[in-house]
Design a protein around this ligand. Structure first.
Ligand SMILES: [Mn+2]
Length: 348
């Protein structure tokens, strides 16, 4: 063995107190589950805390299933307002028992679990000492817990929770399986984002147990009844120039409807680009769609709107938000104004 020269530059720094979470490594799934369950006693009242999104909601439901018969009480509380229609549909259709953190007294619970997050991710979470933290985001510093399971390589905590259930040979009910499938699909963007073979295997396992009608209804719930009128407006305003479709909707109550309409109009045959804009809180919001083939929506958004406000996205999807004050002749913005801003950049 060749001897390495000792590094003379290594000066001993005064030790700073950085708390690093002690992530336990387990030899097997069995050992991991056993250690998790050993954190709880029959008389425990358990509070599961989440930032509610499909992955965290499904994971919380799975955790409740894992421990509900081993403790005296399990409550799932969320710190954020649930606004996305898909997520509201998920909670309603799968009858997921959730309460807002504000509505309960955390001091009435002697055990606390954090799922799909780490304490530094949210000021509300930092107020608590957690007994269990299970997550798939990169590990953050400044906290610790008796049981920590963080696997950043996983696409979803829903997959990790599915492994816990499988290890204990608990067969998920239809609602739980459907929730977990939706959690995995959402966080991996239907497996288009990075994930592991475990995510795929969990998906396959859950697929047999879920209800595809429920899943479809959850995934399809993207439009409020009150937003239907914006489709009429969008269609009335549509102008097509050289396979590019433009439509400005005027004031909108929520920029999400612009996204829904842009995705819808992106289905039109022989249209290469879709530009849908609207006014939201004194800003012009522009949603851009294209097929991404020899086109780059993100770069175009940057080029056109980058200096005026926020602009960004990927090859096939992009978004820009510009304060109206930064636009020339912004007093009466129309579909023609939208065309004028963008056409300049296409002529180059
Ligand atoms: Mn997640």
């Amino acid at each position: 063995m060749s001897s390495m020269p000792a590094c003379k530059l290594a000066v001993k720094e005064p030790e700073k107190e950085i708390i690093e979470p002690k992530i336990t490594r387990f030899k097997s799934n069995r050992e991991r589950v056993r250690t998790l369950l050993s954190q709880f006693k029959k008389e425990d009242r358990v509070l599961i805390l989440i930032w509610a999104d499909p992955d965290s909601i499904a994971s919380a439901l799975a955790m409740k299933r894992l421990i509900r018969q081993r403790v005296s009480e399990v409550t799932i509380a969320h710190v954020n307002e649930i606004r996305r229609l898909n997520n509201l549909a998920m909670v309603q259709l799968l009858k997921i028992p959730l309460v807002k953190l504000r509505q309960i007294k955390p001091s009435e619970y002697n055990k606390k679990i954090l799922l799909d997050s780490q304490p530094p991710h949210n000021a509300e979470f930092m107020k608590f000492d957690f007994d269990v933290v299970i997550d798939h985001h990169p590990v953050s510093n400044g906290w610790d817990a008796p049981f920590i399971d963080i696997r950043p390589e996983y696409g979803a905590v829903s997959s990790m929770m599915t492994e816990y259930l499988r290890t204990l040979k608990i067969k998920p009910a239809v609602t739980l399986a459907t929730a977990l499938i939706y959690g995995i699909k959402t966080d991996t963007n239907n497996f288009e984002k990075e994930c592991t073979i475990q995510d795929v295997l969990c998906f396959q396992y859950l697929f047999k147990r879920m209800n595809r009608h429920l899943l479809h209804k959850i995934e399809a719930s993207t439009i409020r009844r009150t937003e239907l009128k914006y489709f009429r407006k969008a269609l009335e305003e549509v102008k097509i120039r050289k396979q590019r479709l433009f439509s400005h909707l005027g004031k909108v109550p929520n920029p999400d409807i612009l996204v829904v309409i842009a995705d819808f109009l992106n289905h039109v045959h022989e249209i290469g680009w879709v530009f849908i804009s609207g006014e939201y809180r004194d800003r012009l919001v522009v949603i851009i769609r294209c097929d991404g083939y020899r086109k780059d929506a993100g770069k175009l958004a940057q080029r056109v709107f980058g200096k005026l406000g926020f602009a960004g996205g990927h090859r096939e999807k992009a978004r820009a938000e510009v304060p109206f004050g930064n636009l020339n002749n912004h007093t009466h913005f129309t579909t023609r104004s939208l065309i004028r801003i963008l056409e300049k950049h296409f002529r180059k």
